[in-house]
Design a protein around this ligand. Structure first.
Ligand code: 5GP
Ligand code: ZN
Length: 114
């Protein structure tokens, strides 16, 4: 089994609820959702964070963003609005060192709250 959790999910050795699956990109539901829609979008190939992905393969980053929007469409939140977040580094709370876009929607996400 790959040591990286999201590589293992991409390889189907760890289960996940898949929302969308293309040749190079996978979207699956977050195990601890913070909003009615909370889906993670990853490149199947391992890159540690969004800056590393941008530097290594801008086309693949483009696919991740495009598929994040397709997730929002499929979840029915693209019209009302949604958030795409790439936590990067410890102070941002990046817990899994395999780049992932959080797609959040289905509730008010204004920030700061209020
Ligand atoms: P980060 O904090 O690195 O930006 O986000 C990691 C996300 O991965 C968290 O929102 C967490 O809930 C989610 N997560 C952690 N382990 C698993 C898992 O085994 N399966 C799924 N589907 N999500 C996970
Ligand atoms: Zn990985």
């Amino acid at each position: 089994m790959p040591e990286c959790l999201f590589c293992a999910i991409a390889a189907e050795t760890v289960p996940a609820t898949r929302v969308l699956d293309t040749a190079r990109v996978l979207a699956f539901r977050d195990i601890d959702p913070q909003a009615p829609t909370h889906v993670l979008v990853i490149p199947k190939e391992h890159h540690p964070d969004v800056a590393a992905l941008a530097a290594a393969d801008a086309g693949l980053l483009h696919e991740v963003i495009t598929q994040a929007h397709q997730v929002a469409v499929a979840e029915g939140v693209s019209e009302e609005g949604y958030r795409v977040v790439f936590n990067t580094g410890p102070q941002a709370g990046q817990a899994v060192p395999h780049v992932h876009a959080h797609v959040l929607g289905g509730r008010s996400l204004t920030w700061p709250p209020g």
